[in-house]
Design a binder for this molecule. Structure first.
Ligand code: ADP
Ligand code: MG
Length: 625
C-alpha cells in the first residue's frame, strides 16, 4: 500500500463500517417486508417477533461478542424491562383487576408505552450495574456461570414478588403496541448503537481485552472497567428489548423469560456468529425462519404428498441440531469473525466522506530512570527473583541476560505488575510502581513486549496499534495519526488491514513493537524480541531498535539469550542467575567477569576459557539450553 493509501486508511475504515451497517439494515428490512407482503397477517406476526429478537440478540451481542463472555443473564434484563414497562403503562382500570395488591407507589401511572421504555432502561441499568460489579471481575466460564445465577435469581424474585408481578400466574393487561414499523425501527436503532459501540474506543479496547487480557492491560487498558461498561450498556438495551417484547405479547409470566428464551437468544447468537453485529442479525433471521417453518410441521400434516406424524418439541430439536451443525462446521458462526462486507463498498462510500487532516501526534513521556531495589518474588518454595538490585538509565539500552530460569521474565512481570512482588521496590522516576494496578503502569510511559507474542489476533494490524494509542489517551484523530506513523516506521504498511493472526512471524514481532511505540513510552521492556528469528532477521531487528531508540531517546531493557545481539546494542548489561543479580557493568567488563562465566558454563570449563569471543560463544550455548 502506498503512503497516500495508508493515510486514507482511517477514512476507508469508517466508510467500511458504514457500508457494513447499511448491508445489515437493508437485508433485515428486505426479509421483514418480504414476510409481511408474502404471508399476510401471519408473516407480520413473525416479522414483529423477529425484529424484537434482533434488538434483544444485538443487545446480548454487544456484551458477549465484544467481550467473548457468553451471557445467560440477558433474558433476565428483558423480564425486568417487560414487567416495569408493563406495570407503568397499564390502564388504571386494568391494574385494579390484574394487580389488586400493587404498592401505592406503582399504582396508576398510566405512562405512554414509549415513555415507559425509559424506566425500563433504567431498571436494566441498575440491575446490570449491580450484577456487573461481580461479573466484570470474572473471566470465561466463571463469568458465564455467574450470569446464569443472575437469571435464576431474577426469575425467583419475579415469582416471589406476587403483589407486583402476580407471581407465576400470567401477568396481563399490558398494552399491545409493538407494531411492525416500531419493531423494525427499534431493531435498526439497536443495530446502529451496537455498530457504533463496536467501533468506538471502548468497543475496540474490549475486543483487545477479549483477544488478550494481559497484553491489553499492559497497554494501560482497565479490563474490568471496559467489561463493566459493556455489561451495563447491554443490560439496559436488553431491558428495552424486553419491554418491546412485553408490548408485543400483552400477557406473559416469569417463565416467558426463563430458560427457553435464554436458550433461543444464545442459540441465535452462536448460529449467526457472536463476534459481529451481522452475525447476531443473521442468527435471528435464520433461526426465526427455521423455527416458524418447523413449527408448521410440529402438529403433523402433509408435505409433498407424504403424511407426517405430529412430533412434540420438533422446533427445539431442530434448533439444537442447527447449533450442533454450526459449531461443528463453522465454530465462529455462519458469519465468522468479520462483519459482512460488499466488495468495494468502502471505497465508494469513502468518496462521500470528508477528507480530514490528521493532527500530529502528541509528544511522548519524559525520560525517567527505572530503579529496582531488593526486589523479591517467591513461587511456592522457589525464589524466582532474590533481592535483585539494578538500574535502567533513561534513553539507553540496558541488557538483561542470564541462563533460562534465571528470573528475567519474572522481573519484567513484576515491573509491569503482572505478578505482585513479595518484597523490594520498583521506582520509575519518582513513582513507586509496586502497589499499582497492572493497567496503571503504561500511563507512566512504560511499555513491554512478551516472551511469547501476545497480539490481538482478530484485530487488524492497524487496530492493534490504534488501540494502543487510544489506551494512551489520544483522541480519535491523533490516535489514528500516531498509529499510522508507527505502522510505517515498522514497515507494516502493506499489511495494515490484515488481521494480526494471519501475519507471518517476523511481521508479528514487528507489530508488537509498533503497538508498544504507539503507547508513547519512554522505556520499553523487551522480553526476548529476537527469539525464533534467523540471524538476518535478528540483525535487522537490532538495527531497527538502535535507530528507534537513538531517534526518539527511548530507553530499552533488552532481554535475549543471543548474547552477541545484546552486547552489540547495550551500553550496560545486568546478569542474573537463580534469581540473583550476579554482575552488572559494561559489555566488556561483563564478558570478563568470572562470576558470569561460571554461571553460564560452570566451574570446570570456566578456567579453560581465556578469550572474549569464545566466552560469548560458550555463553550462548549455555543460555539457549
Ligand atoms: P527466565 O525468563 O530468566 O528464563 P523466568 O523468570 O521465566 O526465567 O522464571 C524464573 C523461575 O520462576 C523459573 O524457575 C520458573 O519456573 C519460575 N516461574 C516463572 N513464572 C512462574 C509462575 N507463574 N509460577 C511458578 N513458577 C514460575
Ligand atoms: Mg524468560
Amino acid at each position: 500500500m502506498a503512503s497516500t493509501a495508508l493515510a486514507d486508511l482511517p477514512r476507508l475504515r469508517r466508510a467500511g463500517a458504514i457500508g457494513q451497517t447499511l448491508v445489515i439494515v437493508v437485508a433485515l428490512a428486505a426479509v421483514s417486508y418480504a414476510l409481511v407482503f408474502g404471508l399476510g397477517r401471519m408473516g407480520e406476526r413473525i416479522a414483529v417477533q423477529m425484529c424484537v429478537f434482533v434488538s434483544a440478540v444485538v443487545a446480548l451481542g454487544l456484551f458477549t461478542g465484544n467481550s467473548g463472555i457468553v451471557s445467560f443473564g440477558h433474558s433476565a434484563f428483558m423480564a425486568l424491562g417487560a414487567y416495569t414497562a408493563g406495570i407503568l403503562s397499564m390502564p388504571a382500570m386494568m391494574q385494579r383487576t390484574a394487580l389488586a395488591q400493587l404498592p401505592d407507589a406503582l399504582k396508576g401511572w398510566e405512562l405512554s408505552p414509549w415513555v415507559a421504555l425509559v424506566p425500563a432502561a433504567g431498571i436494566g441499568l441498575v440491575a446490570a450495574g449491580l450484577s456487573g460489579l461481580a461479573i466484570a471481575r470474572l473471566r470465561g466460564a466463571s463469568a458465564t456461570i455467574s450470569t446464569l445465577g443472575l437469571l435464576i435469581i431474577v426469575h425467583s424474585v419475579l415469582i416471589g414478588a406476587r403483589e407486583i408481578t402476580r407471581g407465576s400466574q400470567t401477568f396481563f393487561g399490558v398494552p399491545r403496541v409493538t407494531t411492525f414499523e416500531i419493531a423494525l425501527g427499534a431493531a435498526v436503532l439497536f443495530i446502529l448503537a451496537a455498530r457504533l459501540y463496536r467501533e468506538s474506543r471502548w468497543g475496540l479496547m474490549l475486543r483487545a481485552v477479549r483477544d488478550d487480557e494481559a497484553a491489553a492491560t499492559a497497554l494501560g487498558i482497565n479490563a474490568r472497567a471496559v467489561k463493566y461498561g459493556a455489561w451495563v450498556l447491554s443490560g439496559a438495551m436488553a431491558a428495552v428489548a424486553g419491554a418491546l417484547y412485553g408490548f408485543m405479547l400483552g400477557a406473559f409470566s416469569p417463565t416467558t423469560f426463563y430458560f427457553g428464551l435464554m436458550f433461543s437468544l444464545v442459540a441465535m447468537l452462536i448460529i449467526g456468529g457472536m463476534a459481529t453485529v451481522s452475525g447476531a442479525v443473521t442468527g435471528v433471521v435464520l433461526v426465526t425462519l427455521l423455527q416458524d417453518g418447523v413449527r408448521q410441521l410440529e402438529g403433523g400434516g402433509t408435505v409433498a404428498g407424504v403424511e407426517l406424524p405430529a412430533v412434540f418439541g420438533l422446533t427445539t430439536v431442530a434448533l439444537s441440531a442447527a447449533i450442533l451443525l454450526v459449531i461443528w462446521l463453522r465454530p465462529d458462526g455462519l458469519i465468522g469473525t468479520r462483519e459482512v462486507r460488499l466488495p468495494g463498498h468502502a471505497r465508494l462510500i469513502a468518496l462521500l466522506l470528508p477528507r480530514r487532516e490528521q493532527a500530529p501526534a502528541a509528544p511522548m513521556h519524559a525520560a525517567k530512570e527505572l530503579t529496582i531495589s531488593r526486589l523479591t518474588k517467591h513461587f511456592a518454595g522457589l525464589t524466582a527473583v532474590d533481592c535483585a538490585d539494578f538500574q535502567v538509565p533513561p534513553g539507553q539500552v540496558t541488557g538483561l541476560i542470564g541462563p533460562n530460569g534465571a528470573g528475567k521474565s519474572t522481573v519484567v512481570n513484576l515491573i509491569t505488575a503482572q505478578f505482585l512482588a513479595d518484597e523490594g521496590s520498583i521506582r520509575f522516576g519518582t513513582d513507586e510502581l509496586r502497589g499499582r494496578a497492572a493497567h496503571a503502569i503504561a500511563p507512566l510511559g512504560l511499555a513491554r513486549t512478551f516472551q511469547n507474542l501476545r497480539l490481538f489476533g482478530t484485530l487488524t494490524v492497524y487496530e492493534n496499534v490504534l488501540v494502543a494509542a487510544l489506551a494512551a489517551g489520544h483522541a480519535g484523530r491523533a490516535a489514528s495519526a500516531l498509529a499510522l506513523r508507527e505502522i510505517a516506521a515498522l514497515e507494516l504498511s502493506d499489511a495494515a488491514t490484515t488481521t494480526a493472526a494471519a501475519l507471518p512471524y517476523g511481521a508479528r514481532k514487528r507489530l508488537e513493537i509498533a503497538r508498544c511505540l504507539a503507547s508513547g513510552p519512554s522505556l520499553i521492556l523487551l522480553d526476548e524480541p529476537a527469539a525464533g528469528m534467523n540471524p538476518d532477521e535478528t540483525a535487522d531487528l537490532g538495527e531497527r531498535l538502535k535507530r528507534l531508540t537513538a531517534e526518539r531517546g527511548i530507553g530499552l531493557l533488552l532481554i535475549d539469550h543471543d548474547l552477541e545481539f545484546v552486547n552489540r546494542l547495550s551500553s550496560s548489561i545486568v546478569v542474573m542467575n537463580r534469581g540473583k543479580v550476579i554482575a552488572s557493568g559494561t559489555p566488556e567488563a561483563i564478558r570478563q567477569d568470572p562470576a558470569v562465566i561460571e554461571a553460564y558454563i560452570g566451574r570446570g570449563r570456566a578456567r579453560r576459557v581465556d578469550d572474549d569471543a569464545k566466552t560469548t560463544d560458550y555463553a550462548k550455548e549455555g543460555a539457549s539450553t
